[in-house]
Design a protein around this ligand. Structure first.
Ligand SMILES: Nc1ncnc2c1ncn2[C@@H]1O[C@H](COP(=O)(O)OP(=O)(O)O)[C@@H](O)[C@H]1O
Ligand SMILES: [Mg+2]
Length: 295
């Protein structure tokens, strides 16, 4: 099953073009939607989830014409928004039971099986008697996935799930996505390149409503092999280098030393050494190209 997006555009009433002729083809597995704040990630995800209409364009999920048949889509969709609601003060188990009833699972026995299954997958079985309001941030996110899994969705959309999680919870959450991605399409958005690197089969970079690149992590860095150079520079040296080369990133090592990475066909100077390209390089390069030129 494939999700196909054609020429999707949206201008909000305030004039902001949040989607600018977006085209994507997404297959089974984990798909990362990478972009800075304001890129249009949430707008795109809400539109795919049939919660918001585009001005123009087309979305197909297998046989379903998403814009014409939103109810058919919702039957196979699991969507976890960026901001999600307040939880009532009841246990995870009871809340899932309630939600499963809403989703039409009428048999009590069947609900029990389903709930144990989603709690197991999300690592919450032992915390099932606890109130969801009292869960940690990471547990709440995992509960969000448990809830989404209740109707065994074929298309799962998760908007910025790692925002605000501590490093250990982040890794745990991403591993959970990896585990459930075997049989469905999972699209998740993030502004953190690290989230995508080892995890996603494919990614798209989105900025200012436009898809700048769709590729596998390997494909994204392939054109940069042999072209990324790194050196530790003093601030004055950096100022000079900046004038002639495409800087990708800088990082202060201490107050006198800046580690600089840049793109060049050959060594910029003797102090630069070739380094292997990282997904960050590809991301910063893609973003550089949409910035207006500095005058
Ligand atoms: N309901 C809305 N009305 C007007 N502008 C909006 C609305 N929602 C989002 N925007 C604007 O559209 C752009 C894309 O927003 P969004 O889709 O939330 O991006 P992201 O999720 O990547 O941060 C931003 O400039 C944002 O301010
Ligand atoms: Mg967003």
């Amino acid at each position: 099953m494939q999700l196909i997006i054609r020429n999707l555009s949206k201008v909000y009433p305030n004039g902001i073009k949040a989607m600018d002729s977006i085209n994507l083809e997404i297959g089974k597995g984990l798909f990362g939607l990478l972009g800075p704040n304001g890129a249009g990630k949430s707008t795109l995800m809400r539109t795919i989830a049939s919660l918001q209409s585009p001005d123009s364009g087309e979305i197909r999920f297998g046989e379903i014409d998403v814009l014409q048949q939103p109810l058919q889509l919702r039957a196979v969709l699991g969507y976890l928004p960026q901001e999600f609601g307040v939880y009532p003060g009841i246990s995870a188990e009871h809340l899932l039971d309630y939600l499963a009833q809403l989703k039409g699972v009428n048999s009590k026995k069947q609900r029990k099986m389903l709930i144990d299954e989603v709690l197991e997958v999300t690592g919450l079985l032992e915390a099932k008697k606890q109130k969801v309001v009292a869960y940690s941030g990471g547990m709440k996110r995992r509960f969000g996935i448990a809830q989404v899994l209740l109707n065994r969705p074929k298309l799962i959309i998760v908007d910025e799930p790692t925002a605000g999680l501590d490093p250990a919870e982040r890794v745990r959450f991403l591993n959970l996505l990896r585990e459930i991605a075997t049989d469905s399409i999972i699209i998740f958005s993030t502004h953190i390149v690290e989230d995508i690197k080892s995890l996603c089969r494919e990614l798209a970079i989105l900025a200012k409503g436009r898809i700048l690149q769709q590729a596998s992590p390997q494909q994204a860095i392939a054109p940069l092999i042999g072209k990324i150079w790194q050196a530790n520079l003093a601030p004055e040296q950096l100022e000079i280098i900046k004038q002639d080369f495409t800087l990708l990133s800088t990082k202060y090592l201490d107050h006198q030393t800046i580690q600089a990475r840049l793109l060049a066909d050959g060594a910029p100077s003797r102090v630069f050494a070739p380094v292997s390209p990282q997904l960050e390089d590809s991301y910063f390069l893609a973003l550089n190209h949409v910035k207006p030129p500095v005058i």
